[in-house]
Structure formats: structure tokens, C-alpha cells
Ligand binder design. Structure first.
Ligand SMILES: Nc1ncnc2c1ncn2[C@@H]1O[C@H](COP(=O)(O)OP(=O)(O)O)[C@@H](O)[C@H]1O
Ligand SMILES: Cc1ncc(COP(=O)(O)O)c(N)n1
Length: 275
């Protein structure tokens, strides 16, 4: 019997390969999970920002979901950019039939570049329909603020928000990412029982395009392999830390993270990857 694990990402694209579906597939591959993808929006973007967005028709997204689910059932799923309410409703309806599959919800709303990737009306929908279905939700600070409806600027406020996302909004677990806070890079995890802090050094680099996508894709890959949610998040943190440590100075703006960075750990940085 084949023991290969599979993961599905439902997200938008980045033709320069640093974020979105491209980042997810690279991360799945690095974690030795067979990667599959359903496209929601084709995005013309690069390391400088988003130039244009083309949303795919909802009926076509549904067809892609059918193509996957009627053939190769994923062992774990993640969603990234879901631009419209219609797409969100479709995906929520679909997932209700597959509640046993671990689901990592990366509530992508605004890109690191500041470009809006989700229409504002969808913010309520994501809370009402998708968060309650999620095994884990992985918001950054500004997404957390939208989810809980208040400013989140301290570790204590991150803890309170993670607790609220689980206890009030109904996710099974939450990890609130502190990539945009001052000091060390601290993420706060809550599973309904315990708070955990995932702490790493902060790298002083502008090349962090796609960090959120990559982090949640690694979590998804580890969930596909049957790891516990906390173990999956710990692995995601180790992986993203090295992906930023050895990030790539490509492009004219904020370069991408290095998906093979964790393989370089402990080696001299002789290619001058970061900064
Ligand atoms: N400069 C940095 N140095 C080290 N870790 C970072 C840095 N920036 C972000 N991270 C980590 O990368 C992951 C993604 O976080 P964040 O940047 O907050 O998400 P997003 O890309 O969704 O905005 C988190 O684990 C965070 O702690
Ligand atoms: C299609 C798509 N999805 C998500 C992001 C967020 O990127 P980041 O991980 O840098 O926040 C992006 N820039 N493009």
C-alpha cells in the first residue's frame, strides 16, 4: 500500500514564485508531501507588490475542487487568498462535507506589500463560515486585529486574541504570528487548553515575501503526515526561521524566503543568501 501523503492548497498565484500557490507547493515538496493546488485568483505580482488581480469564476473553482476530490483525496488542506464572498461560500460548503480532513486557514487579507487581497465584505464571512471549520488559523497581527476587532500590539494582546479565536470564533487552534512586532519573532499558539510561545531570533532583512504562506504550508504538510497541531506548528516555525535566515535577495523589492534554507542550517552562509 502506498504511504504517500498529499496536501492541497486553495489560493492565489505569485508569478515570481515567492508567495501564494507557488510558495505552498515548494514547501509541500520540501516536507516530502505530494502537493496539489486549486487556483482562486491569478495575481500579477512580484517582489514590489501587486499589479493586478484576476478572480476565477466560482463555478470553475468548484470544478477544480471536484477534479481533486473525486480523484486524489488530500490528507490535509490549506486555504490562502480567497478574494470574494462567493468563493468563500463555495469553499465552506465544500469543506463541510470533508470535516475529517485537517484544515489550515491562513486568513490572507492584505499582502506584506500592503495590497488588499480580499474584498472587505469577506472579512465577516471568513469569521462566520471558515474559522469554525479550521483545525488551525494562522493570522498575522493585522489579520488578527480584523478577526477580533481591536488593536493587537503586545504579546499579552496576542494571547487574548488567540484565546478569542478559539473560544469565541470556534477554531480548533490558533497561532497568532508576531512577525510584525518589535523584538524577537514570537508567535502565540492556543489550542483551547494551553498557550505556547514559539520564539526565534528576528532577522533584520527586507526579504520576507511569502513568509506567511510558507509557514502555513509547512504546518499543512505536517498535518498531512499525521503530526499533532502543536508539533506541526513547531516544525513550521523552525522551517520558516531558516527560510528567512537564508532568504533570497531576488528582485527589486522584498525578496522571497528560501525554501531550501532549512537544509543549510549550521553551514557557512558562503553564498551570501540573506541581506
Ligand atoms: N524578520 C523576521 N525574522 C524572523 N522571523 C520572522 C521575521 N518576520 C516574520 N517572521 C516569522 O515568520 C512567520 C510569518 O510571520 P508574519 O510575517 O507575521 O506573517 P505574514 O507573512 O502573514 O505577515 C512567523 O513565524 C514569524 O514569527
Ligand atoms: C496570492 C497571494 N497569497 C498570499 C500572499 C501573502 O503573502 P505573505 O505570505 O508575504 O503575507 C500574497 N502576496 N499573494
Amino acid at each position: 500500500m502506498m504511504n504517500v501523503k498529499t496536501a492541497l492548497t486553495i489560493a492565489g498565484t505569485d508569478p515570481t514564485g515567492g508567495a501564494g500557490i507557488q510558495a505552498d507547493l515548494k514547501a509541500f515538496q520540501e516536507r516530502e508531501v505530494y502537493g496539489m493546488s486549486v487556483l482562486t485568483s491569478a495575481v500579477a505580482q512580484n517582489t514590489l507588490g501587486v499589479q493586478s488581480i484576476h478572480n476565477l469564476p466560482t463555478a470553475f473553482i468548484e470544478q477544480q475542487l471536484k477534479s481533486v476530490f473525486t480523484d486524489i483525496k488530500p490528507h490535509a488542506i490549506k486555504t490562502g487568498m480567497i478574494a470574494t464572498i462567493e468563493m468563500m461560500e463555495l469553499i465552506a460548503d465544500y469543506f463541510e462535507q470533508y470535516r475529517a480532513i485537517p484544515y489550515c486557514l491562513d486568513p490572507v487579507m492584505v499582502a506584506t506589500s500592503g495590497d488588499v487581497l480580499m474584498e472587505e465584505a469577506s472579512q465577516t464571512m471568513i469569521k462566520e463560515r471558515l474559522v469554525p471549520l479550521a483545525t488551525i488559523v494562522t493570522p498575522n497581527l493585522s489579520e488578527t486585529e480584523i478577526l477580533v476587532g481591536r488593536k493587537v500590539t503586545t504579546i499579552r494582546a496576542m494571547e487574548e486574541a488567540a484565546i478569542e479565536i478559539v473560544n469565541e470564533l470556534g477554531a480548533q487552534t490558533a497561532v497568532v504570528k508576531g512577525g510584525h512586532l518589535e523584538g524577537g519573532a514570537v508567535d502565540v499558539f492556543y489550542d483551547g487548553n494551553q498557550i505556547h510561545h514559539l520564539i526565534s531570533e528576528r532577522f533584520d532583512t527586507p526579504h520576507t515575501h511569502g513568509t506567511g504562506c510558507t509557514f502555513s504550508a509547512v504546518i499543512t504538510a505536517e498535518l498531512a503526515k499525521g503530526k499533532s497541531v502543536l508539533e506541526a506548528v513547531k516544525r513550521g516555525k523552525v522551517y520558516i526561521t531558516d527560510a528567512i535566515r537564508y532568504s533570497l535577495k531576488l528582485g527589486k523589492g522584498n525578496g522571497p524566503t528560501n525554501h531550501w534554507g532549512y537544509r543549510l542550517k549550521g553551514l557557512p552562509n558562503e553564498r551570501g543568501y540573506s541581506k
